[in-house]
Design a protein around this ligand. Structure first.
Ligand code: ADP
Length: 603
C-alpha cells in the first residue's frame, strides 16, 4: 500500500518526493555540520591552537549552517504549498467521481460509507496529510541514520597503538558490540510499541467512520436555514442537541479508548532512551579517559549515537504509520474504483424533428436494490407519439418508480423498455436523455442565478430562459427581480433571494420547457400551486406540448381530464387504462372511486 501511495503522489506531482529528499538532506546536514565542526573547534580550543584559525572555522560553520537552514526553510515552504495542491487534486477527484456515479450506485449505504472514508482519508487526522508528514519524517530518519553511521565509524575502529587492560578492551571492536546490542534492543522495543499504537489508531479510525458521517449530517441540518424552520416549528432543538452530544460522546470515548491504550508508551520509551543515553556516555566517556578519543569528540559521538538510535526507533514508527496511512489512502482508492454497473450503451439516437419516438414497457418488473418485494410487476404499455397521458393511483403505487425506470435511474429487474423497438440500455445514455424533460416531485433548485437554474447550465440563451419562465407562469415574479434572470436563488450567494414553494415549482417547470424535449414528464408538477396558477399552467402546457408526448403524474384527478389516456397504478401494476369517460364508466373500479373521493371536496 505504501508503494501504491508513493506512486500516486508521484503521479499527482513529480517534484514532491525529490523535494522532500532534498529538504531533509539539507536539514540533517545542518545538524551534522554543527556537530562535526563543533567538535573540531572544541579540540582546537583544548589544544590551544591559534585564535584566527579557530575563528575562521567558526565563521565557516555559522555561514554554512545559515545557508543550509535557509535552503531547508525554502524547500519546506514549497512542500507545504505542494501538499495543499495534492490534497485539492485528490478532493477534486472524489467530487468528479461522485458526479459520474450512477444514481443507483450513489444511493447505496456502502457507497455513502466509502465516500465518507475517502473524504476522511483526506480531511481528518488519519488522512493523507499525515501520510505526507510520515513520509517526510521517514526520509529524514533514513538520512539521519546513514549520516550517523558514517560519523560513528571512527569510534569503533581500533586505534593503531598497542594497548591492554580496559583500554585494550575498549579499543577492540567487540566492546562496541555491547553498545550496538543495547541500541538494537531499544529499537526493537520502540518498533513493537509503534506497531501496537498503529493498530490502536487504525481501530479508532474505523470506529469513528459512522460517527463522523453522523456528525456531518447534524452539522448540515443545524446550519442550513432551510431545515431551521421545521426544527423550530416542531421544537426539535433538544432532540438534535441530544443526538449531537451523543455523537460527540461517542467520538470522545473513542479518543479516550485510544489514549488509554497508548498512554503507558511514553513512559516506557523514556526509560529505554535513558538506559541507552547512560550506556553511551559510559562507553564514550571511558574511551576519553583511556585516551582513545579526544574530549572534543564526546559531543559528536554521543549526539550521533542518540540521534541514530532515535531515528532507528522512529523510522520503525514511521514505517508502521506509513503502512496505516497507506490503508487510509487505500480507502480513497477503493472509492475511486467503484464502478458503475449500469450497462452503458453506445447506440446514437436519431434526432427526429417529427418527435416520432415510440416507447414501450414490455412485461417490466422492478425491485429496488437490497429490497425483498417487487415495486412494479409485469407492467406492459406503449406510449403513443404525441399522446397526453396521465398516471394516477394511491401513494406508493409505483408511479414515480415507473418514471425512474424510463429515464434509467434504475434498470428493470425483469422485462425490458424499448425505444423505437430497441432496448433503451443500448443507447448512449446522454443522447437518450435528450428526449426527456422531466420534473420530479423532489426536483431541486440550486443556489445559482435563476437563468442557470432554468438552463441547467452556465451557458444559456437569455431570451429562451425568459420565454420559458413566462410560459411557466413566472412573469409577474420576474418583473420584481432587480437583476432579472441573473438574480441568485437562495442565500448562498450575494443578494440571493428566497422563493416560495409555488414559485420554485414554476422555475422547475420552466427548466423542463427550456429543454424543449420530445417527451415531457411532470411528476406532481403543480402540488404547490394555487388553483388559478395550476389551471393556467395546464392550459399553457397543453399548448406547448402540442406534437410532443407528455406524461403527468398527479394527485388532482381534475387535472387528468384533458389527457387522452389515463393509466391507473395500484400496488405496482397498471390496473386500468383509458380515457376519463371510459374509466368513469367502470364505476366499481379504482379510478371512479378516487375521482368520487376527491369530487366530494369540490361539491
Ligand atoms: P408513488 O410515486 O406511486 O407514490 P413510488 O414509485 O415513489 O410511489 O414508490 C413505490 C414504492 O417504492 C414505495 O413503497 C416506496 O417506499 C418504494 N421506494 C421508493 N423509492 C425507493 C428506494 N430508493 N429504495 C427502496 N424503496 C423505494
Amino acid at each position: 500500500m505504501i508503494w501504491k501511495s508513493l506512486k500516486m503522489i508521484h503521479y499527482l506531482n513529480k517534484k514532491y518526493i525529490p523535494f522532500v529528499v532534498l529538504g531533509k538532506i539539507l536539514a540533517v546536514s545542518q545538524v551534522y555540520v554543527n556537530i562535526i565542526m563543533g567538535s573540531v573547534i572544541l579540540d582546537m580550543v583544548i589544544n590551544r591552537q591559534a585564535v584566527p584559525n579557530i575563528m575562521r572555522l567558526v565563521i565557516i560553520m555559522v555561514i554554512s549552517s545559515a545557508l543550509l537552514i535557509v535552503g531547508w526553510w525554502g524547500i519546506e515552504n514549497i512542500l507545504r504549498v505542494m501538499e495543499g495542491e495534492l490534497v485539492s487534486k485528490m478532493r477534486q477527484a472524489i467530487v468528479e467521481h461522485c458526479m459520474t456515479l450512477d444514481y443507483e450506485v450513489l444511493e447505496r449505504k456502502e457507497t455513502l460509507e466509502m465516500i465518507q472514508r475517502a473524504g476522511d482519508s483526506i480531511n481528518s487526522g488519519g488522512g493523507i496529510r499525515n501520510f505526507y508528514n510520515n513520509l517526510t519524517s521517514f526520509i529524514e530518519y533514513l538520512i539521519t541514520i546513514i549520516t550517523s553511521v558514517v560519523v560513528l565509524i571512527p569510534l569503533f575502529v581500533p586505534v593503531t597503538k598497542k594497548v591492554s587492560g580496559l583500554t585494550g578492551f575498549l579499543n577492540g571492536w567487540y566492546s562496541g558490540l555491547i553498545l550496538v546490542c543495547i541500541i538494537l534492543v531499544s529499537v526493537v522495543f520502540r518498533y513493537l510499541l509503534a506497531r501496537r499504537r498503529s493498530r490502536i489508531e487504525q481501530k479508532q479510525f474505523e470506529k469513528n467512520i459512522d460517527l463522523n458521517r453522523e456528525f456531518g449530517y447534524y452539522f448540515n441540518i443545524i446550519f442550513r436555514y432551510r431545515t431551521g424552520k421545521d426544527i423550530r416549528l416542531y421544537r426539535m432543538q433538544d432532540k438534535i442537541l441530544n443526538g449531537l452530544s451523543e455523537n460527540a460522546k461517542g467520538i470522545e470515548n473513542n479518543g479516550k479508548w485510544m489514549m488509554k491504550g497508548v498512554r503507558p508508551d511514553s513512559i516506557w520509551k523514556n526509560v529505554v532512551n535513558y538506559i541507552l543515553l547512560l550506556s553511551t556516555y559510559v562507553y564514550v566517556g571511558l574511551k576519553v579517559i583511556c585516551q582513545l578519543i579526544s574530549l572534543g569528540n564526546v559531543m559528536k559521538y554521543v549526539t550521533a549515537i542518540t540521534r541514530m538510535s532515535d531515528s532507528l526507533g522512529s523510522i520503525m514508527e514511521s514505517y508502521n504509520a506509513l503502512h496505516i496511512r497507506g490503508k487510509y489512502v487505500s480507502y480513497y482508492y477503493d472509492f475511486l474504483n467503484i464502478k458503475n454497473e449500469k450497462y452503458e450503451g453506445t447506440l446514437p439516437l436519431e434526432k427526429r424533428d417529427d418527435n416520432e419516438y415510440l416507447l414501450e414497457f414490455k412485461d417490466v418488473s422492478f425491485r429496488y436494490p437490497n429490497q425483498k418485494d417487487m415495486v412494479l410487476s409485469h407492467v406492459s404499455m406503449k406510449f403513443t407519439v404525441g399522446e397526453k397521458m396521465a398516471i394516477v393511483g394511491p401513494n406508493g403505487a409505483g408511479k414515480s418508480t415507473f418514471i425512474k425506470l424510463l429515464c434509467r435511474l434504475y434498470d428493470p429487474t425483469e422485462g425490458e423498455i424499448l425505444l423505437n423497438g430497441i432496448d433503451i440500455k443500448l443507447y448512449d445514455y446522454e443522447e437518450y436523455m435528450k428526449i426527456f424533460s422531466i420534473v420530479f416531485q423532489d426536483y431541486q433548485l440550486f443556489s445559482f442565478p435563476l437563468a442557470e437554474n432554468v438552463a441547467a447550465s452556465i451557458e444559456y440563451d437569455s431570451e429562451k430562459v425568459k420565454c420559458s419562465l413566462i410560459e411557466a407562469g413566472f412573469e409577474k415574479q420576474l418583473e420584481k427581480f432587480d437583476d432579472g434572470i441573473h438574480t441568485n436563488l437562495y442565500q448562498m450567494k450575494e443578494k440571493g433571494i428566497e422563493i416560495s414553494g409555488g414559485e420554485a415549482q414554476k422555475i422547475a417547470l420552466a427548466r423542463a420547457l427550456y429543454k424543449d424535449a420530445a417527451i415531457v414528464i411532470l411528476d406532481e408538477p403543480t402540488s404547490a400551486l394555487d388553483p388559478v396558477s395550476e389551471f393556467e399552467i395546464y392550459k399553457r402546457f397543453d399548448e406547448m406540448v402540442q406534437g410532443k408526448t407528455s406524461i403527468y403524474i398527479s394527485h388532482r384527478m381534475s387535472s387528468c381530464r384533458f389527457c387522452n389516456r389515463i393509466l391507473v397504478f395500484d400496488k405496482g401494476r397498471i390496473v386500468q387504462s383509458g380515457s376519463h369517460e371510459q374509466l368513469m364508466s367502470q364505476t366499481d373500479k379504482l379510478y371512479a372511486k378516487l375521482w368520487e373521493a376527491q369530487a366530494k371536496y369540490y361539491q
